[in-house]
Design a protein around this ligand. Structure first.
Ligand code: MN
Length: 742
């Protein structure tokens, strides 16, 4: 039972909440809030918190934070008041729905589930986090109320055991503070960090508090000295403003000392001067920002590398301001933040202020974009949950990087973005044709990871082609989607191109494609379908030089064989009895003598599609003309043959002679520098004593690419040589060209 004193205190707090409910616009809003309070009060009446306080103090405080500090309206206040009843009391979700409707019940349910997920310490953080985010798709208020809940718990952490305090504080700094930051709730983020810091490292915390307080008087004097000349000039311009100096948060001071490994005294930006102006509606905010910038820099010398213009390009969490660092009195660098009143409110209160100002501004803000992206990702049924989480975490925990185009335009990308992500961010066409970039005037490959402040100039070439490996190093969803779609389209294109090519060739011969012609072509070119034939023609894997010959040939007997193989139609003929495949002993593998004329009884042909060399795993395929075609085992054609015509597939091994050389084609790509060609040829010809047939490298804008044809004995030698080529500085890619495709 409550004491009378407690009862009075609770009543007072509730009246305070009710009377200051700024966004209770509907007449019934207050009635519902009173009802929610009564239900919560009643449901929790026997309960007390660890501190001994009546439990209702907690939901009441959360509702107050939700209203006053985050700025949410009546529905959120109701949900905050009810946020623990379903979990901790006999009051059910159905009852919430009866009294307050479906929406409120959904939010309360979301809050209950988040609670379960977070308070169960046996599950993985990441998984919890995913679940928490999934509730985002229902209503973002779930997250905001949960943040208020956590804030109040952090404020009242004192009565828990030190272990419990540490656990909750770690969780807060790992998950909730970044989340608050992402939502643009700057003051809540700062408070969560400082409170966590206090409980995690009590001694360090006390030390920094002491140092900051000791400097207080000095700081005030310095701020006055710094501000005075600015105050005069700004007042002359008829700008209504406020100038304050406030110290950095304790946590950010400590964090800076840790990450930069510096002492308290070495932190030059212990505080920032903030100039907040009331916007004159006839003048754009941006103009006034730069106007004040100009006044400040007339007085103090700016540091050019520290200018941050988040007015032209707001941060993804909606933050807008102009930051600059100037040389102040006593030779001290001072950070100055210039903001309009609106920007200031958004900076401090994030989302809520954002909604307040959105009415005047129909344009989509950065925060809207972010929320939209999350919703899109969540609603995409094809997106993989893990992939989604990775992508989200990337976007959440590491703030984005800001990079520049050659003209100085700003692009915001998630951290870890590569040159290729940037290229696609600029334009699909630029991405498709990119081959490398100059980052701060230095040449880098496409997979180079960008950092904030980089200036990036993409180098394109009409020869550049999208490859599957690009997917390994792009991280933005935009780039990934474009590449995936392009790869799909490319396959389709190849088929279409092949179709046109074949039709043209046939036309030259005075023929039209018809089923009779395909019945000849399909077995002759050893493809399974018409589409495969088109695709191979389109990519150059099949050249049609011998088309006329094939069509002229009497292929009747071969055709019969083909139909037999394909459909199992058998016709016992004299020829079949002599078919070597039937008599072939499958237990002893066919030995390749590394020369097609070494064994006179059977000749073999190296397949053009995969070009195997000694050492590669291979299979033999008994072709219609009796010769054995050697494919690499992993060649897609070989796989198809094994699956479909296994009776013609012959186990095959290389004999160990190491006499002959095989021609292998390598494609090379990298960053050009003086002497690199020489290094490449040295590795090939001197170190490996390998015979080079052709070397065809070309450079453009500092990136070289090209083909080398070399004679090697076996795949072992080849692999060693590739490894050594990759060791050359500047060489980025060395690939064995498996097919005759150019
Ligand atoms: Mn709670």
């Amino acid at each position: 039972m409550l004491t009378q004193e407690e009862d009075v205190q609770i009543r007072q707090q509730f009246d305070d909440l009710l009377n200051n409910c700024v966004r209770c616009n509907q007449p019934e809003d207050k009635a519902f809030i009173i009802k929610a309070f009564q239900i919560a009060h009643d449901a929790h009446k026997e309960m007390r918190r660890r501190s001994g306080e009546p439990y209702i103090i907690h939901p009441l405080a959360v509702a107050t934070i939700v209203n006053h500090e985050i700025g949410l309206g009546a529905k959120s206040i109701i949900c905050a008041l009810l946020h623990d009843v379903v979990e901790d009391t006999d009051f059910t979700l159905e009852q919430v729905e009866q009294h307050f409707g479906t929406k409120t019940a959904t939010i309360v349910d979301g809050l209950t589930k988040i609670g379960e997920v977070f308070d169960n310490n046996s599950t993985l953080q990441a998984e919890n986090f995913r679940k928490m985010l999934l509730t985002l798709s229902d209503d973002i208020r779930v997250i905001l109320i949960k943040l208020a809940d956590r804030l109040h718990n952090m404020r009242t952490l004192g009565s828990l055991s030190p272990e419990k305090r540490k656990k909750i504080s770690s969780e807060t700094i790992y998950l909730y503070a970044p989340l608050a930051h992402r939502m643009g709730l700057y003051s809540i983020k700062t408070e969560l960090e400082d409170l966590s810091f206090k409980h995690l490292y009590p001694n360090e915390f006390e030390e920094i508090v002491k140092r900051v307080n000791a400097d207080e008087r000095k700081r005030v004097l310095f701020i006055n000295k710094f501000s005075l000349p600015i105050i005069d000039k700004v007042s002359d311009q008829n700008i209504n403003y406020e100038i304050t100096g406030r110290p950095k948060s304790y946590y950010s001071i400590w964090n800076k000392m840790q990450t930069k490994n510096i002492s308290f005294d070495e932190i030059y930006d212990l505080f920032a001067i903030r100039i907040v102006f009331d916007n004159d509606p006839t003048i754009p905010e941006k103009t006034t920002c730069w106007n004040i910038y100009s006044i400040v820099t007339d007085i103090y010398m700016p540091r050019p590398d520290r200018l941050r213009d988040w007015v032209s390009t707001p941060k993804a969490n909606g933050y807008e301001a102009l930051h600059l660092t100037v040389m102040g009195p006593e030779g001290k660098w001072v950070e100055v933040q210039i903001r309009s009143r609106r920007m200031d409110e958004i900076a401090e209160r994030g989302l809520a202020a954002h909604w307040k100002y959105k009415g005047n501004n129909p344009q989509e803000t950065e925060l809207d974009k972010w929320l939209r992206r999350i919703r899109e990702m969540l609603s995409d049924p094809t997106s993989n949950a893990i992939e989604f989480l990775d992508d989200f975490k990337l976007n959440l925990f590491s703030s984005e990087i800001v990079v520049f185009t050659p003209k100085g335009d700003v692009k915001i990308l998630p951290r870890e973005s590569t040159v290729l992500d940037f290229a696609y961010e600029i334009h699909t066409h630029i991405g498709n044709k990119s081959i490398g970039a100059k980052v701060n005037y230095k040449l880098v490959p496409l997979n180079y990871k960008l950092s904030s402040g980089d200036q990036v100039e993409i180098i394109t070439s009409d020869k550049s082609r999208i490859t599957r490996e690009w997917l390994d190093f792009v991280i933005t969803a935009k780039a990934k989607n474009i590449i995936k779609n392009a790869l799909k389209a490319e396959t389709k294109n190849r088929t279409e191109k092949g179709k046109v090519l074949l039709e043209e060739k046939l036309k030259e011969l005075g023929l039209h494609p018809n089923s009779r012609i395909f019945r000849k072509l399909i077995p002759s070119y050893e493809v399974a379908t018409k589409d495969e034939l088109y695709s191979k023609v389109g990519s150059g894997l099949i050249n049609l030089d011998d088309l006329k010959k094939i069509l002229k040939k009497n292929t009747r007997s071969k055709l019969i064989r083909y139909w037999e193989l394909t459909f199992g139609i058998t016709s016992e003929t004299e020829e079949d009895k002599n078919d070597p495949t039937k008599n072939y002993d499958k237990n002893s593998p066919f030995l390749l003598r590394e020369s097609s004329d070494a064994d006179e009884s059977t000749s073999y042909v190296i397949a053009k599609c995969c070009n195997p060399i000694p050492g590669d795993d291979v299979i033999g395929y008994k072709a219609i003309n009796e010769s054995i075609i050697i494919h690499k085992s992993k060649c897609p054609n070989a796989v198809r043959l094994v699956a479909g015509q296994s009776e013609r597939v012959i186990p095959t091994k290389w004999s160990t002679h190491k006499v002959l050389s095989f021609l292998v084609k390598l494609s090379l790509r990298g960053i050009d520098h003086f002497g690199i060609f020489n290094e490449i040829t040295t590795v090939i010809t001197k170190e490996f004593k390998i015979n080079m047939r052709t070397l065809n490298l070309s450079t453009h804008d500092g990136i070289f690419e090209g083909l080398v044809e070399v004679y090697v004995h076996n795949s072992n030698d080849l692999n060693k040589m590739i490894a050594n080529l990759l060791r050359i500085k500047g060489v980025e890619f060395v690939n064995r060209v498996e097919s005759s495709e150019e």
